[in-house]
Design a protein. Structure first.
Ligand code: F6P
Length: 361
């Protein structure tokens, strides 16, 4: 029998379970594959005792509709920069990739479901001889090798539903409502939500904003009396002269945690003379939870089947991708070469401007 190991790494994302189920279903059809899952990304392989579970049909049955990941995940245990707490409480990073490679030797295929960081790990492992295939995931939709990642549509739907609710209360109280969504480097969730929800202002990391232009826009909405304004802002957005709002770094994490930009914007607006009443909402992890929308379940399922088919055919060192309406694959170099960020010149931004949405540029 051949063995395939599946794992999920990085932040969770609606659709992960649909990929796991699709890999398992496609593998079972072959009759000569056993399916395993590593708990909490590569930790399941590195931990002593190991946490590797057999993915039987009773474990994967019906999970495509479930949010999160049955295999658990982490964004704090990159095997190449593995955080090790020292006696004095500080954290040092160690490269455990050789140890991991040894421990993965019994597997005929490894399917690594994860974002940019996870696929960089996939590349290192592939270069060290591991038969590995990547499946892209991120609600941020910031991987350039695929036209879309699963989880993104669900996040946009959740954000749009929340936005619609804020519009009616903004209108009733003639307030300015600021809604903060995820999007560390890429403003896709904010931009799509702004168009879907009919925002007046959309602020994204790729287009630093001029606070005075935002105040002007708000004033123009109030000049005939009781106005209201709905703003959607990505967590990574920043003013032209200023930096991104970061909370403290977390132990063992390679990233600074973002969040709170809605409050910063509220203060900046007041400081710049905005007279309207302002309220802030930070959506946070609500955007990553719950049932994936149908599109994400489908995309995740197609990715899972394709990844397993690559494994069956012995085609490793690739990440599956969605391009020009078909499911294909790219090399790990291509997968991790550059981020997919919003271009100011893109039609989406131009169309948003055509709808009267202000970016503050
Ligand atoms: O990369 C996906 C993402 O949801 C980002 O938008 C966000 O900045 C980050 O993960 C949050 O990570 P955590 O779950 O560790 O707070």
């Amino acid at each position: 029998m051949k063995k395939v190991l599946v794992l999920t790494g990085g932040g969770d994302c609606p659709g992960l379970n649909a990929v796991i189920r699709a890999v398992a279903k496609r593998a079972r059809k072959e009759k000569n594959w056993e399916i395993y899952g590593s708990i909490e990304a590569f930790n399941g392989v590195l931990n002593e005792p190991q946490e590797i579970v057999r993915l039987t049909s009773s474990r994967t049955k019906g999970i495509h509709v479930k949010g999160g990941t049955i295999l658990k995940t982490t964004n704090k245990s990159n095997p190449i920069k593995f955080p090790v707490t020292q006696k004095d409480g500080t954290v040092k990073f160690e490269d455990r990739s050789d140890e991991l490679v040894k421990r993965l030797k019994g597997f005929d295929a490894v399917i690594n479901i994860g974002g940019d960081g996870s696929q960089k790990i996939s590349k290192v492992l592939f270069d060290k001889g591991i038969p590995i295939i990547g499946v892209p995931k991120t609600i941020d939709n910031d991987l350039s090798a695929t036209d879309m990642t699963f989880g993104f549509q669900t996040a946009v739907q959740i954000a749009s539903d929340a936005f619609d609710k804020l519009v009616t209360t903004a209108e009733s109280h003639h307030r300015v409502m600021i809604m903060e969504v995820m999007g560390r480097d890429a403003g896709w969730i904010a931009l799509h939500t702004a168009i879907a929800g009919g925002a007046e202002i959309c602020l994204i990391p790729e287009i630093p904003y001029d606070i005075n232009k935002l105040v002007k826009k708000i004033e123009s909405r109030y000049k005939k009396g009781r106005g209201f304004v709905n703003i959607v802002i990505a967590e990574g957005a920043k003013p032209k002269e200023g930096t991104v709002t970061a909370s403290a770094g977390e132990k063992g994490s390679e990233h600074v945690r973002l969040g709170g930009v809605a409050y910063q914007l509220s203060k900046q607006l007041k400081d710049a003379g905005c007279q309207a009443e302002i309220r802030e909402t930070v959506l946070g992890h609500v955007q990553r939870g719950g049932t994936p929308v149908a599109f994400d379940r489908i995309l995740a399922s197609l990715f899972g089947v394709k990844a397993m088919e690559l494994a069956i055919n012995g085609e490793f060192g690739k990440m599956v991708a969605y391009k020009n309406n078909s499911i294909t694959y790219v090399s790990f170099e291509e997968a991790t070469r550059q981020q997919n960020v919003v271009k100011k010149s893109s039609y989406l931004v131009q169309a948003a401007k055509g709808l009267g949405i202000t970016f503050g540029d």
